[in-house]
Structures are given as C-alpha cells and as structure tokens.
Design a protein around this ligand. Structure first.
Ligand code: ZN
Length: 215
C-alpha cells in the first residue's frame, strides 16, 4: 500500500467505531491545503480588520511532532466574546467571525428572541489525531485549523448547549442550533455536529481542511 493511502485506510477501519471524516472525494491524493505565504496572510488579516474584527497576527510556530500554527491569529474582538480560543488560522478565523456576526446574531433573534453575549468553545489548537484515535491522521486542530463550539450564553441568562439542546424538548432551541449548523456548512469546509458521531454529541466542529463535509 502506498504510504499516502494509509491514513485513509485507517479511517475506513475506524469508520464504524468513530465515524471518521472521509478523506475527500479523491482519497489518497488530489487534495492539498491552500498555499500559505506572508502576502496571503497579510491580505487575510487586513480583510478581517476591514470587516471590523480586532485580531493579533501571531508568529508562525512549527512543532517537532508535525503540529503547527502558521498564518494564525488571536481573536481579540469579533463581535461576541468566544471563550477558550487559542491560535486560529486566519483563513478559518475570517469565516468564523462572519458566522458569529451574521448567523449567530440573526438566528438568536429569529429563534430565541434573544441576544448572544458569549460563546463557549472547547478550543481551537490541540495537537492530536482525528477523533483522538491513535493512528488517525493529524486533526485539523493540530494545525490551528479547527474550532469546537459548545454553548451560547444569552443576555437573559439562558445558556444554550449543543449537548442539551440539540435533541432537547424546546423546539426553538433545536431550531436555533440546527440553523447555525446549517449556515456553518456554507462557510466552513467541514462541519460536524451531534448527527456526525457520538464524539460530537456536545459540540460543533468547524474546520477548513479537506471537504466539503456537513453532518
Ligand atoms: Zn473539533
């Protein structure tokens, strides 16, 4: 077996257990991460700032174990505070800021007649394999290219969690979470939620790796 196919084979082997992310439409080849350069990064940072985000550009970091955080930013203010976020690739941070400013705000008004004051995340950068399964390829979290979202705090005190709300009793909350999951699929390469697999029963995972995949 060609080495390039091994991660995909591992994914197939684990599919029934963990519901791996498929390796794209042409397994083993074809997909390449978008090229990065100082110019592209500067352009992305400038675009985010022009759209109203306050961000700090971070120096590139590469780690011995294959993990990296390159072309990444720290989100200082993007409309609604998000907890637990570390480095995020700018090409992910840009659609994330739009999702927050446009989708989260609009769907909270529509479904909950509410105003989101804080979003709780499970983080962005983490050096680990996909689904924490040894042998899987590196998670997009290991490239600062993924964000996990767990809950939304409202001004009226409510805290909407993916864990309790996705299949909860309140149809408005179910509608709110499904609307946000759906809109995310239009913004990110990969979106995983409670329907994807058991590992995502309590959060939405967004990344800009190989896709599209929306579940
Ligand atoms: Zn994730």
């Amino acid at each position: 077996m060609r080495p390039a196919l091994r991660p995909f084979a591992a994914c197939i082997a684990l599919l029934s257990l963990a519901g791996c992310i498929p390796a794209g439409r042409s397994p083993g080849g074809g997909w390449r991460p978008p090229a990065e350069s100082p110019e592209r990064f500067a352009k992305c940072v400038a675009m985010m700032r022009a759209e109203g985000s306050q961000i700090d550009a971070l120096p590139d970091r590469n780690f011995d174990n294959g993990c990296s955080a390159t072309s990444a930013v720290k989100l200082v203010a993007i409309g609604i505070p998000v907890t637990n976020l570390g480095a995020v690739k700018c090409t992910l941070a840009a659609p994330f800021a739009r999702w927050i400013r446009e989708d989260v705000t609009a769907q909270a008004t529509r479904w909950l007649n509410g105003y989101v004051t804080r979003i709780d995340s499970f983080g962005s950068f983490a050096c680990r394999p996909v689904n924490n399964q040894a042998g899987n390829r590196l998670s997009e979290h290991g490239r600062a290219n993924a964000i996990d979202i767990a809950a939304f705090r409202l001004k009226d005190g409510r805290r909407i969690t993916v864990k309790e709300g996705w299949n909860g009793d309140d149809p408005q909350i179910r509608g709110f979470l499904r609307a946000l999951h759906k809109s995310a699929c239009g913004r990110f390469s990969v979106v995983l939620g409670p329907e994807a697999n058991a590992l995502h029963h309590d959060h939405f995972h967004f990344d800009m790796g190989r896709g599209p995949y929306c579940r």
